[in-house]
Design a protein around this ligand. Sequence first.
Ligand SMILES: [Mg+2]
Length: 334
Amino acid sequence: MYKNYADKKVFFLDLDGTVYLSDTLISGAKEAIEALRQNAKVFFLTNNSSKSRDTYAKKLTNLGIPTSREDIITSSGATAHYLKLNGIKEVSVLGTDGLKDELKENGINVVKSAKTAVLGFDTDLSYANLCAFCDLIRGGARYIATHPDFNCPTKDGFIPDVGSFMALINASTGRSPEVICGKPNAIMAKYALSRAQALPSEAVMVGDRIYTDLKFGADNGISAALVLTGEGTREELASSGVTADVFNSLYDIVFYGVGEKFKQKLGAGLSGIKNIFAKRSKNSAHVPQDSLPNEDSSTLPNASCRTDYEAMNEAKKVDDSPIFTSKTEDLTNE
Ligand SMILES: [Mg+2]
């Protein structure tokens, strides 16, 4: 294993762009995870609050990485964790059944008209439900969002994510969320570390998105590792102000310096990845065409998939409690 991480006990892995791209496993990811699991705990962290933990566990297992729901940490879980810690037992939700089920499993009632409104990634969005949610916000309900990402990557391009919904709701109601729970916020870090029963110094966050994955690590005392198999590039990291180590891939973190044989194998994988990114970026107004990689380049495009920072910074003021500092603090019963 790469020397800097030899003593780490927990690896938090982002999914899309780190372990797989859409439905394609990234070269070497399976082997790297098998090796990591021999010496450390591995958890998969995603901000996507539209899908259940069972859905992710099934997808990873089908890709050849045996995974249980307990190995998955989502922003839905972080939101449930936050609500429980703050004694909130009843909420209204704009989101999928996956989010509602996670909240219900944690003893939180989901009702039509509550004093707290939770915004998730509602991929089944209906106009009537959107209007009802805006009514609650306009009426003064406490407003919580699962995560801040503006866009979600799919194999066919970007689709509007929670950050975009926040912008729409803000235009209608004049309000932004008081709390945002997903990466890079401390709420997600506290939740993830409590699930792993680890200290920040014992963990590594590996991901491809600088302003969520790596900022999550850097802001919360967790080592951050950028992998170049997704969105983020060395150049973007250098100008971001975020401190992180850089690797070609998850495989390189485990088998650093393995030699030309693997690099050739990864090279073949990278052409496939670049094709997927070219397709994803086709319909995105955020990605200039000249940012797409050249055929002979190993650099992936800087797909500008930002988060709603203004809203996030506002929300952060509400939760300034210190990061998890001991293994006995803040543990959930999951
Ligand atoms: Mg990613």
